[in-house]
Design a protein around this ligand. Structure first.
Ligand code: NAD
Length: 253
């Protein structure tokens, strides 16, 4: 397979880092995107196999920054073949988000911050990427969440942002298919990353692991392998799909 140009958002750590490694190991050129982790991103770029990898910074909640990021990614890599919308926020425990703990202001603030990154950031990146893929085809893979289906009672903005991401991906899969652009989504359950580390190390960690009959949570590499396959030429027919990666912890019908 020829080397493809791949933009992975939120690639300095966690799932994004594993995704960047998977593409680089497959011979692709990767833009390691980050927001405020230049050192981590540069360290990852330096260790990636192959050549031509680039580090770019952008706040995905800023629409202008998203456009600059995607256009610069395409300029530096000579076009764009794959966008992985991985970056996302879950939000801190403080200020609280559950409906009877958050003030009205805190409630609105969390919705705005979460949707700005998880849904609008991904939607804007998809629009910008599609402009570069229009004449050459491509792949867009979104990292959603089990929470879109199971619900997030303590963090409804997160669940809703990921449900919106799923719906966006399904719409774009239909809209972009005539241009040879396939759009697919993964919906992980708990994954061992910085986003969940504290939770998994706390006394509640055992209950989280017990959610899966395998008695564990996912490794980032397991999510990355699915993302890598969904972005492959062989996976065009999976366009529109949402792949559950949750160790049978939640079975949707
Ligand atoms: P993480 O916190 O380690 O990584 C998320 C990355 O996104 C970080 O590098 C962060 O800087 C970046 N990011 C967040 N907001 C940004 C913004 N406004 N602009 C630019 N970058 C921004 O978390 P992770 O676990 O690796 O999560 C990756 C994706 O997987 C997220 O979309 C998350 O919602 C999803 N997910 C994670 C889990 C889990 O259990 N870890 C489960 C389901 C889904």
């Amino acid at each position: 397979m020829t080397s493809r140009a791949v933009l992975v958002t939120g690639a300095s750590r966690g799932i994004g880092r594993a995704v960047a490694r998977a593409f680089a190991a497959g011979g692709d050129r990767v833009v390691v995107h980050h927001r405020d982790s230049a050192e981590l991103a540069e360290a990852l770029r330096a260790e990636l196999p192959g050549a031509g990898h680039v580090v770019l910074r952008a706040d995905l909640a800023d629409p202008d920054a998203v456009r600059t990021l995607v256009d610069e990614a395409a300029a530096r890599l000579g076009g764009l073949d794959v966008l992985v919308n991985n970056a996302g926020v879950f939000g801190p425990p403080d200020p609280p988000h559950p409906v009877f703990e958050a003030s009205y202001e805190q409630w609105r603030q969390r919705w705005r911050e979460t949707v700005d990154t998880n849904l609008l950031g991904a939607a804007n990146a998809a629009w910008c990427a599609a402009q570069h893929m229009r004449d050459r085809g491509g792949r867009i893979v979104n990292v959603s969440s089990r929470g879109a289906f199971r619900g997030e009672p303590g963090n409804p903005a997160y669940g809703a942002s990921k449900a919106g991401l799923n719906a966006m991906a399904q719409s774009l899969a239909v809209a972009l298919a005539p241009y040879g652009i396939a759009v697919a989504t993964v919906a992980p359950g708990f994954v061992e990353t910085d986003m969940t580390n504290e939770h998994l190390k706390s006394p509640r960690g055992d209950a989280v692991r017990a959610q899966s009959p395998f008695g564990r949570v996912a490794r980032p590499e397991e999510i990355a392998a699915a993302v890598h396959w969904l972005a492959s030429p062989d996976a065009q027919w999976a366009s529109g799909t949402i792949v559950d990666l949750n160790g049978a912890s939640y079975l949707r019908t």
